[in-house]
Design a protein around this ligand. Structure first.
Ligand code: SPQ
Length: 427
């Protein structure tokens, strides 16, 4: 049980850790490209290290000198069969994207994870990959890990209309389509984060994107690149909310990734009336500095195509809404139920323990504000984003907050508690 920090005010500047989605993909693209890839500012958090170790297990030489990760790319055909199952830990991104990559190999691989990953649905990826000719099966005929992938070097193309907005499903299909013979087409339900599409181009590949429609020809040969990973807006989100709801505060987050498919949190902060400034915008690196000050907030509605642009920020946005005047409604977010926890229930239950007024619905949350938050005992439930959101809640709570399973934050942000501490002034 960890006693969480309280703050009278927050002041300072912070460089948030590297983007998790891009860090995963930098290892994957480096492994399947030909030649050397270097990755600077790689996120050394548990999830991305799961990806790194998985590709080392598949015979890809990957070295970390503490600053730069160097990958000796083997090309799609160069991955090697492994005798034992590969441990993917807690990472949904790793297992789902690897299923797409492994679908084109000529061997069998078993992927397994922790208790949380073993409950996350995989049919969303298995079904389209099976229709391309790969064999994938879950534990005892189910859709849950461990997953056995038996690849084929004869993958066929796919014309796929996605039933849910998911960058992981889209990316798994793209990795398989890069290895198939002919043109594949994907129609997204809503546009989701596009890092895979951008990195296909960065690594010398070709892909056509027009709104929700994606076309890709296979097979393609990719070549190694030098990647610099920007800061993660999903990690910055905790500080943006902390700065907006803690009295007398002003925080600047530097080098934050602002890929438009990820900036829904900025739209919501602005719609709720937060004092937010965007400076040093670098359009080539898609990064900027974000400054937030204590703000008078009002409720809003968050729905539709905005949801995939802020899906991982919804727990901390719900906390933000507890401090806003009026009702905030979050809809169309049923995907939250199949994350590391059911984040609809986890957010409502844990924040209500501290005095929030949140109702969980089938596809979102209804939050009435403003409500003062009290002390209490809460749990991350093993979910990094729930744990970090609760630490931000504790900053403004009027009593001691104890957090069970605080170690979950290391999944995406090992130094989170230290970074919060470094911004607390006036104690
Ligand atoms: O990797 P994992 O565990 O699925 O991570 C999460 C997170 O909160 O860190 C979701 F639980 O982020 C996903 C995100 O929700 C990362 C991701 C990606 O890198 O492609 C895409 C989103 O998932 P999905 O299912 O909508 O594609």
């Amino acid at each position: 049980m960890k006693k969480l920090s309280h703050a009278k005010e927050l002041k300072g500047t912070l460089r948030v850790p590297a983007d998790k989605s891009i860090s995963h993909r930098s290892i994957m693209f480096g492994a399947i490209a030909n030649g050397k890839t270097t990755v600077r500012n790689f996120l050394r958090a548990e999830d991305c290290l799961s990806t790194l170790h998985a590709f080392q297990a598949l015979g890809v030489p990957i070295e970390d000198d503490g600053e730069t990760i160097t990958i000796e790319g083997q090309g799609f055909g160069g991955l090697k069969a492994v005798d034992s199952p590969i441990d993917i830990g807690n990472s949904g991104t790793t297992i789902r994207l690897m299923m797409g990559i492994l679908s084109g190999t000529d061997f069998e691989t078993t992927l397994f994870g922790d208790d949380s990953l073993s409950k996350r649905p995989m049919n969303r990826v298995m079904l389209p990959l099976q229709s391309m000719g790969a064999e994938l099966s879950g534990d005892a005929g189910s859709e849950f890990p461990p997953i056995i992938v038996t690849g084929t070097d004869q993958l066929t193309t796919i014309d796929y209309q996605m039933p849910m907005a998911s960058a992981q499903v889209k990316s798994a299909i793209l990795f398989a389509a890069l290895q198939a013979h002919g043109k594949s087409t994907i129609l997204e339900k809503e546009v989701s984060r596009n890092h895979t599409e951008e990195m296909i181009r960065q690594f010398g590949g070709t892909i056509t994107v027009s709104g929700k429609k994606i076309e890709i020809e296979g097979p393609q040969v990719l070549s190694g690149q030098d990647v610099i990973v920007p800061g993660d807006i999903s990690s910055a989100a905790f500080f943006l909310v902390a700065g907006a709801i803690t009295p007398n505060s002003e925080l600047t987050l530097t080098n934050v990734g602002i890929n438009p498919t990820r900036t829904g949190i900025i739209d919501v902060l602005q719609a709720m009336g937060a004092e937010l400034e965007i400076t040093n915008e670098d359009s080539r690196n898609q990064s900027a500095d974000l400054t937030v000050r204590t703000s008078k907030l009002k409720g809003t509605t968050i729905e539709g195509d905005l949801i995939p642009r802020l899906i991982d920020e919804l727990p901390v946005i719900a906390l933000l809404a507890t401090q806003a005047e009026g009702t905030t409604v979050i809809k169309d977010a049923e995907e939250l139920k199949v994350k590391e926890t059911n984040r609809i229930d986890a957010t409502a239950n844990e924040l209500n323990k501290l005095g929030a007024d949140i109702t969980a619905t089938e596809d979102g949350l209804i939050i009435k504000g403003p409500t003062p938050l009290n002390g209490g005992t809460v749990s991350s439930l093993g979910d990094h984003r729930i744990g970090m959101m609760l630490q931000v809640a504790a900053l403004i709570s009027k009593g001691e907050v104890l957090l069970d399973l605080p170690e979950a934050v290391a999944i995406s942000y090992p130094k989170f508690f230290e970074d919060i501490e470094s911004l607390i002034t006036g104690g």
